[in-house]
Write a protein that binds this ligand. Sequence first.
Ligand code: URA
Length: 210
Amino acid sequence: MPADVHHLRHPLIQHKLTLMREKDRSTHSFRRLLGEIGMLMAYEVTRDMPTQLIEIETPLEKMQSPVIEGRKTVFVSIMRAGAGFLDGMLNVIPGARIGHIGLYRDPKTLVAVEYYFKMPADMHERDAIVLDPMLATGNSATAAVDRLKEARPKSIRFVCLLAAPEGLAHFHANHPDVPVFVAAIDRQLNEHGYIVPGLGDAGDRIFGTK
Ligand code: URA
């Protein structure tokens, strides 16, 4: 496993992920579980966020108490499955800005092709958290982070639900400086570029398009 991979083994995350994998799980339930896991993963990804002390007044007295320093997080959602993750993360960090990267996988070559890229201003002041539930071949993740680096955010983290070992290795070879947060690392990719055992097509399952 590449060095900077944070495998989040929290029982709540693992339990919810097991439910999501089940083939007969409804679209509604799948989406809700992904949102809940998004919240739990946001908690882990932001564990080392800097805080600053501010003065507040409790009903009893004044005190210095910590708050998160600045409001400079940008969630970068890789379309379209990233949107499922985004909702949960926004529950935890509602003031974050949101960027979008649109990529599709060429079904023959599995290479990522960009069709949309929109980021907020002042990216150089922002910590970027990139969201894509599935790190399969690693091609989309690598292409997304290649593009994102052109906008020069202060830092980049990559969050996914499932990864294939090949995809993780590919991503790490291209972006060794970007930590990956993942809930499960599955066995392998199949011949169609799907993660197995996996959970199928995340976008289709989130949006009910199949
Ligand atoms: N994208 C998905 O949605 N599922 C996979 O298994 C691989 C890529």
